[in-house]
Ligand binder design. Structure first.
Ligand code: ATP
Ligand code: MG
Length: 352
């Protein structure tokens, strides 16, 4: 799904502006599918982006410019994605109608589905065609994104002399990466744990049936370390990642990790329970974990034990080639979990 500008020609540069880091991915089409042209990330200062809102466009813009320069990116067509409180994704059941009638209906009735003034949002929708040709109702996925939030991103990107052609939604970008790489249509949960939000997207036979953003993430761990040990944010982050020796703080840090991961797992279980109660005949087969939070040691095993599901680290490049000379394979493996959303956006222009 893309709103409000799309272009079908060249592949766009996928730009994921997270609250911890911006991620960039450029792909090209090759005979076997897609190949990575370039990719990279840059950490943002704390507070520049939060809950999907751009608080410091100047700093974020400078980070994007520097990253593009370092990666020698010339293509100006950009796709980016949004998330957080300003985006509402909702599935509604409507009478089957053709696209024109559906558009008219949604424009007239959207306010009953969306808690925002319709004048204030960009609206997009997709008929999921769940009626299978014989029923009289179909599920329609509605997306509403606050104009003022999206416009801030558009302005920042245009001010960099770049051309934003696709606006995606994090959860859909994740789904897109999954579909291309794993080419399966079973029942799976995609979970991306970033710095400040967790995105859950449960797919049943290739259709998104549970989609939610939850305000938890790996920054919680950093902030607790910061508060408990009274250290600067950067030092707390370094302690969390093991870049600074924990010394006598080891046990307390482990307790913070355990408590936070327990909370994450509870949220994931709630979404899985909701899915199972609505689809008792379609058990989940697997859970794919991405985002920087997925790198917490032991999380996949913990999640597997707690949910009874097979849990796998999501590899957004599993079905792609790359020029090994240009992209170091150790770097690629280490950054892969964080690149899932940027990759999904970079795949967009050929799939919409
Ligand atoms: N090994 C690790 N253990 C724990 N946390 C980690 C690890 N590696 C990275 N992280 C954390 O992952 C987060 C960054 O992940 P990611 O890039 O997916 O977030 P983001 O996309 O910027 O955030 P969001 O999507 O929530 O806005 C940071 O909080 C970072 O500290
Ligand atoms: Mg993210």
């Amino acid at each position: 799904m893309s709103l409000p500008f799309t272009s079908k020609s060249d592949l766009v540069i996928g730009l994921d502006i997270g609250s911890h880091a911006i991620k960039v991915c450029q792909l090209k089409q090759v005979r076997s599918g897609y190949s990575i042209v370039t990719l990279g990330s840059a950490v943002l200062p704390e507070g520049a982006v939060d809950d999907g809102t751009l608080y410091d466009p100047k700093i974020v813009g400078e980070s994007i410019s520097t990253l593009f320069k370092n990666l020698k990116i010339k293509n100006k067509k950009i796709g980016f994605s949004i998330s957080g409180y300003s985006v509402i994704v909702k599935k509604v059941s409507l009478a089957v109608m053709d696209d024109a009638a559906l558009e008219e209906h949604i424009m007239e009735e959207a306010e009953q589905y969306i808690p925002f003034d319709i004048e204030d949002v960009y609206l997009d929708f997709q008929d999921l065609k769940t009626h299978g040709g014989d029923g009289d109702r179909t599920d329609v996925m509605l997306v509403a994104a606050k104009k003022e939030i999206v416009d801030d991103y558009l302005k920042m990107i245009r001010d960099l002399n770049l051309n934003p052609v696709i606006v995606d939604v994090d959860g859909f970008a994740l789904e897109n990466t999954y579909e291309y790489n794993y080419q399966k249509t079973g029942n799976v949960a995609l979970v991306d744990i970033g710095a400040s939000k967790m995105n859950i997207n449960i797919l049943s036979n290739g259709i998104s049936v549970v989609a939610r953003d939850i305000i938890v993430g790996s920054r919680q761990i950093t902030e607790q370390i910061q508060n408990i040990f009274d250290v600067e944010f950067e030092d707390a982050e370094a302690l969390k990642l093991g870049f600074l020796p924990a010394e006598d703080r080891q046990q307390e840090i482990e307790e913070i990790f355990t408590a936070t991961c327990t909370q994450w797992v509870l949220e994931i279980k709630k979404a899985i329970d909701l899915y199972h109660s609505n689809h008792p005949d379609r058990p989940l087969e697997k859970l794919f974990l991405s985002g920087g939070g997925s790198k917490v040691q032991g999380l996949t095993d913990f999640l597997a034990r707690e949910t009874g599901l097979s849990v796998e680290l999501f590899n957004p490049f599993v079905n792609m080639t790359s020029t090994k000379r240009k992209i170091d394979s150790n770097y690629l493996n280490s950054i892969a979990p964080e690149m899932a959303i940027a990759t999904g956006i970079a795949l967009r222009s050929s799939l919409i």
